[in-house]
Ligand binder design. Structure first.
Ligand code: IFG
Length: 520
């Protein structure tokens, strides 16, 4: 931090600032409270604090380099930043570890920083991003958004490439800030999932929950149970060819997400939503009628038989292999919409599967219905319809807030939106923005909440372009709910900032909804 220096008594402060700026020092900041001039910016999510620095902005040029520490993951973030800056500017932007070069964008670990905290400081002569390794990556997204949208172009664009002279100190409100992509109702290719991960990274989200199995499709190869993907992955809603990820493809998705400090949380929905698995393994069904491939969208009618040992043998195989493929801490076991089991059988099933997940070294996430069972205090319950999440608190479990009327991004924007559903609500952008997770649910306070997540169910979405249409701009809105302090958030401010992102999405090829609520 540069020290506060009172202005010189006899020489006008402006002359001092100019002189200091000429020799490359940020001028003396006005003593006392933060400068009265609010810094107008378009960063989403809004940083905790942003202050104007005295002096000129930073201009990228052919001499600009990126200086990183010799910590491999910080150097990788430096390379990713260079790859972002080179195409549009045409500058070489070398990535080096020499700290003496002028005009440098410096990324450096701050060993006293925690979580995803970072500080970004811009003066005429340098840009400094310091923080934890993940914080530095988040700070790079802020830097990216401080630059003109045309920085996202893959082709040379005229500059000037100016970064305003500001100091930002930032960190997230909640630790879990995510989205869920339902790859079971409709299958999405590895490349489409990577495009979705790019969107999450731009808005500092850090969890991608993949809904890998449901009635219409099983989407992940399990080597000890090859029939699951081979027979369960052949179709999708509407009867299309479906598909599944080989374990190598899943590992590629995990790596791509990890480089962006995004955790993959795989979900095998059970005991309900299991028709595709039962087509592959009819012996796990309680009914004598052999399950058949299903391509419509009713819910609640399928279930693993909870009274057969072979059910838990298969689940053990699945969880063992999935845990080995997933470096993240959590495996999601679903648990939603079970209408064909008794309350007792459901509880017994959830508690037994929770033990299987823990035995394979992972912690459990489940839809809020699992709150009816005895949960480990490290288990997370995902609130979506608010009828049993509070039960989970009895076990000391914490909540992921995904209230359908606010966070279900598969809902229509308006009654005439072609894509999406309406059962929970019609959800415009301001509806996703205007709520406080800490006061949304009676009996639930900030200390019960790990964060927020915006599920995108794909009954009506057959490709990533359709997903983007429902996700943007509502997912950036949810990202701000998860990141920015409640007191620093205001819809009238957000709507102006997000309007400036449309050119960025155009350069990125991201489809979006031009909401009439936003002054594009
Ligand atoms: N509810 C179902 C999903 C999906 C959704 C569509 C949950 C937890 C409705 N379960 O949401 O499978 O069909 O909005």
């Amino acid at each position: 931090m540069t020290e506060h220096r009172p202005p010189h008594p006899r020489i006008p402060a402006a002359l001092i600032s100019l002189g200091l700026a000429l020799i490359g020092c940020p001028g003396p900041r006005q003593p006392g409270p933060v400068s009265p001039t609010r810094v107008t910016h378009t960063v989403v999510p809004a940083p905790v604090s942003i202050r104007a620095n005295q002096g000129e902005p930073f201009r990228l040029d052919s001499m600009t380099s990126i200086v990183t520490t010799n910590v491999a993951e910080v150097a990788r973030t430096g390379q990713m930043l260079a790859a972002l800056l080179r195409p549009a500017t045409g500058f070489p932007i070398p990535v080096i570890t020499d700290t003496t070069r002028p005009g440098a964008i410096a990324l450096r670990l701050n060993t006293s920083a925690t979580g995803e905290a970072y500080e970004l400081s811009v003066t005429r002569d340098s840009i400094r991003i310091s923080g934890t390794a993940s914080g530095i990556f988040r700070g790079v997204q802020t830097l990216r958004q401080l630059m003109p949208p045309s920085i996202e172009s893959d082709m040379r664009v005229n500059g000037p490439w100016v970064v305003p002279a500001v100091t930002i100190v930032d960190q997230p409100r909640f630790a879990w800030r995510g989205s869920m992509l339902d790859v079971a109702r409709h299958f999405f290719t590895v490349d489409e999932v990577k495009q979705f991960i790019d969107l999450l990274a731009l808005y500092k989200l850090n969890v991608l929950h993949l809904h890998l199995a449901d009635d219409q499709g099983w989407r992940i190869e399990i080597k000890s149970r090859p029939r699951l993907a081979e027979l369960g992955g052949v179709t999708q809603v509407g009867g299309g060819p479906g598909g599944f990820y080989t374990q190598a493809e899943y590992a590629d998705i995990v790596r791509y997400a990890q480089e962006r400090y995004i955790a993959i949380v795989p979900e095998i929905d059970m005991p309900g939503h299991t028709n595709a698995a039962l087509v592959a393994h009819p012996e796990l069904s309680c009914s004598r009628v052999p399950p058949a491939l299903y391509t419509r969208t009713e819910v609640g009618w399928s279930a693993f038989c909870p009274n057969k040992e072979e059910t838990y043998a298969l689940i053990d195989d699945v969880i063992r292999e999935l845990a080995a493929l997933t470096p993240g801490r959590y495996i999601h076991i679903g648990g939603d919409e079970v209408e064909v089991l008794t309350h007792e059988d459901y509880i017994k099933f959830v508690e037994r599967v929770q033990d299987i997940v823990v035995r394979h070294g992972k912690e459990v996430v489940g839809w809020e219905e699992i709150g009816k069972a005895r949960l480990r205090p490290t288990t997370l319950a995902q609130l979506w319809k608010s009828d049993s999440a509070v039960l989970a608190l009895r076990s000391g479990a914490k909540l992921i807030m995904s209230p359908a009327p606010k966070a279900y991004l598969d809902m229509k924007y308006t009654p005439t939106t072609e894509l999406g559903l309406t059962w929970a609500a019609i959800i415009e952008v301001s509806d996703v923005y205007n709520w406080d997770p800490a006061t949304y649910q009676a009996g639930v306070t900030e200390s019960n909440i790990v964060g927020v997540e915006g599920p995108i169910w794909s009954e009506t979405l057959r490709n990533i372009t359709a997903v983007q249409y429902l996700a943007v701009p509502r997912l950036p809105a949810l990202a701000e709910v998860g990141w920015t302090p409640q007191s620093a958030r205001a819809w009238d401010d957000f709507r102006v900032r997000i309007a400036a992102h449309a050119p960025r999405w155009n350069y990125l090829g991201v489809n979006y909804y031009r909401s009439p609520q936003v002054p594009w």
